[in-house]
Ligand binder design. Structure first.
Ligand code: PBG
Length: 326
């Protein structure tokens, strides 16, 4: 096929023409804001490697959440940061109704009701003293099925606290099926599972480890995926869909755009992508140096992630972008 008379620049001739011809949209409702809430802090604590992002206390979380929802973001994803002395081998404080994450979920559920979609990270790494996403076997490996039992308890605790969406991010085999059965058994048939389906062992999570005051030494390569494995990522997606995932996620985003596209091409449910902490830090640092323009680059990356096929994008800029787009 050739189109000898076609001059593509005609459709770029004015802002109005470009707006009309734009294929990919980026709207506040597509964006989810990840937020950190910490126990036992007075003032909100800045996260050095993520300028502009803080560990909230309960009060500052409520204010920031309300502002984010007012800006129009599609949802909030909550991560809890317990006191160090409350961490233990099985992450008890993650399932404790009085643990920081569950308390904060109740705060936001009371404040916001159904005005937003309240999501919770369903993972043990913030709550274990060893920092792994699961429970350790005697030989030090992460025990898959014992961990799933804990995820089920955690998901039920989060649903009881008002989470509309639970988001298992630990990459255990069978975690989605276990959580679905557990939620249904507890009467939470309407609670949505956003499954981190293809989650890679990534250097881009570095700043997040500071954000949640992680205790991890070592790495997560026995449960998170190798960067090069596309076929395996698609198998993880298929398994999570079979197990009942309502939304599937690819993470990180920018180094895995091909897999966002591949997942979007086959998924019968919405596809999410997570622009993770290191992606945020990298762009923030370059912009702070004056090397790139922050707004331009953030909008370009989010548009690119949407173009690759993501219906939903988690980004630490979600609320800022919602303001910029207003
Ligand atoms: C696990 C979890 C992690 C992130 C989200 N959920 C950390 C990890 O897997 O090591 C990373 C998010 C980010 O880097 O922004 N609870």
């Amino acid at each position: 096929m050739s189109f000898p008379r076609h001059r593509p620049r005609r459709l770029r001739s004015s802002p109005a023409m470009r707006r009309l011809a734009a294929q990919t949209s980026l709207e506040p409702r597509h964006l989810v804001l990840p937020m950190f809430v910490a126990d036992g802090i007075g003032e909100p604590q800045p996260i050095g490697s993520m300028p502009g992002v803080v560990q909230h206390n309960r009060d500052s979380l409520r204010k920031a959440a309300e502002a984010a929802v007012a800006s129009g973001v599609g949802g909030l994803m909550l991560f809890g940061v317990p006191r160090d002395e409350d961490k233990d081998a099985v992450g008890s404080v993650g399932t404790d109704p009085d643990g920081i994450l569950n308390v904060a979920l109740r705060d936001l559920a009371a404040d916001l009701g159904d005005a937003t979609v309240l999501m919770a990270d369903t993972c043990l790494d913030e709550f274990t003293d060893h920092g792994h996403c699961g429970v350790l076997a005697p030989n030090g490996s992460v025990d898959n099925d014992t961990t799933n039992d804990r995820y089920v308890e955690m998901a039920i605790a989060q649903a009881n606290s008002g989470a509309h969406v639970v988001a298992p991010s630990g990459m255990m085999d069978g975690q989605v099926a276990a959580i679905r059965d557990g939620l249904d058994g507890a009467g939470h048939t309407d609670v949505v599972i956003l499954a981190y389906a293809a989650k890679f062992a990534s250097g881009f999570y570095g700043p997040f480890r500071e954000a949640v005051s992680s205790s991890l030494e070592g790495d997560r390569r026995t449960y998170q995926q190798d960067a090069g494995n596309a076929r395996e990522a698609m198998r993880e997606v298929a398994l999570d869909l079979e197990e009942g995932a309502d939304i599937i996620m690819v993470k990180p985003a920018m180094a895995y755009l091909d897999l966002i596209r591949a997942a979007a091409d086959v998924s019968p449910v919405p596809v999410a992508a997570y622009q993770v902490s290191g992606e945020y830090s990298m762009i923030s640092a370059a912009a702070a140096n004056g090397w790139i323009d922050l707004h331009t680059v953030v909008l370009e990356t989010l548009t690119g992630i949407r173009r690759a096929g993501a219906d939903i994008v988690l980004s630490y800029w979600a609320a800022d972008v919602a303001e910029w787009l207003a």
